[in-house]
Design a protein. Structure first.
Length: 358
């Protein structure tokens, strides 16, 4: 990039956004920049791969020639903690990698926000060099004068003040919403700066591309099976158009593709493990990705309702997740609300009556 060609950096973007809030203290911007710095550090570790002296997803920390090597997701969690604990903007942090919320050390000031994150999503892809990412969400702390409790984090996604992800792919990108649309920044490795390259991202409302792990099809509920079957029927079925299928098993990479060109992602609750309401986590996967999707004109649903309206009951709660092009998510929700075909049970095994309807 010629020196004379001006490009907006993430710092400039945040300062110009802040001018819309004259009374803003600047704490929020500092927090986002600390998160961005953590993502840059993780991007470097991911890029070095096996050369960097850390493990991918193989096993836990191991001792190699006296050196304790950490799994990259554990290391990424440490990076998020170290880069964000000192700034005085947080009352606490919560992560997929930590059972309980992280308490800000007493020698650092506490602040008015909560940071929730999945430090390395898709980590099972690390060893095979497939794109992975970090996901983050910013909430307001109910009381910034004390350490955050688990309850403080249990806020619906509508309460998020910012959210986004970094995707570590052919390029490293940071995608961010602060509640005023969605903007994409590409890391310039020469400058070490995130540069605004994708302003005001919008998801096309329609698509011909869906993403689901089809190996779970025997566990799907009827509305999901109906939706996928209609996509597979293509021009010969009720959708009257052919569809393409994708599955990267790295949600951040799927979300980024959908943000760039449309599509729909489904990881619905299913009957594979009825003790879980889905595979993906509500607080640090579904809510931040959902906030980005909705800010870009897309939608995010449990299949039955907006994910962002769900009041979390626990820090690591799982949830069924459908997001992407608005008209497809609307259709999937509609299928869940239509009367389901009643499976007449054999009266011999009914619990309550001979004509028990499902
Ligand atoms: P990992 O972080 O354990 O690799 O899981 C990734 C993920 O949470 C999400 O990013 C993928 O969309 C989904 O799981 C893949 O799940 P399957 O392995 O069941 O397809």
């Amino acid at each position: 990039m010629p020196l004379t060609q001006h490009r907006t950096t993430l710092t400039q973007f945040l300062i110009e956004e802040r001018r819309r809030y004259p009374h803003a203290s600047g704490d929020f911007n500092s927090l986002i920049l600390s998160v961005a710095l953590a993502c840059k550090s993780i991007a470097r570790s991911v890029a070095f791969g096996a050369l960097g002296g850390v493990l991918g997803n193989a096993g836990g920390a191991i001792n190699v020639q006296g050196e304790t090597q950490k799994k990259l997701d554990v290391l990424s969690n440490d990076v998020f903690l170290r880069f964000n604990e000192w700034g005085g903007h947080l009352a606490g942090m919560a992560s997929e990698e930590m059972e309980d919320p992280y308490q800000i050390p007493d020698h650092y000031p506490k602040g008015k926000y909560l940071l929730v994150f999945d430090p390395l999503d898709g980590s099972s892809n690390i060893d095979v060099n497939v794109s992975v990412g970090s996901i983050f969400s910013v909430l307001r702390a109910p009381d910034s004068t004390r350490a955050a409790t688990q309850q403080d984090f249990l806020q619906p996604g509508t309460e998020q003040v910012a959210a986004g992800y970094a995707v570590y792919g052919p390029t490293t990108m940071l995608v961010l919403t602060v509640g005023n649309g969605v903007n994409g920044f590409t890391l310039d490795p020469n400058l070490g700066e995130f540069i605004l390259t994708h302003p005001a991202l919008q998801i096309p409302p329609d698509t011909h591309e869906f993403a689901i792990n089809a190996s779970n099809s025997r566990f799907w509920e009827a509305p999901v099976k109906r939706y996928v079957d209609e996509c597979l029927a293509g021009k010969t079925g009720p959708r009257d158009k052919d569809f393409n299928m994708r599955w990267i098993a790295s949600m951040v990479a799927e979300a980024h593709r959908i943000l760039m060109r449309g599509g729909v992602f489904l990881y619905p609750r299913d009957t594979k493990d009825t003790s879980k309401q889905g595979r993906l986590r509500l607080l640090y996967e579904a809510n931040p990705i959902g906030f980005v999707m909705e800010q870009a004109g897309g939608r995010v649903s449990t299949g039955r309702q907006s994910v962002l309206e769900v009041r979390p009951s626990s820090l690591h709660q799982r949830i069924g997740l459908v997001f992407g092009s608005k008209n497809e998510v609307d259709r999937i929700e509609r299928y869940h609300h239509e009367p389901q075909p009643v499976e007449m049970h054999n009266p011999l095994f009914n619990e309550r009556s001979l004509f028990h309807a499902v």
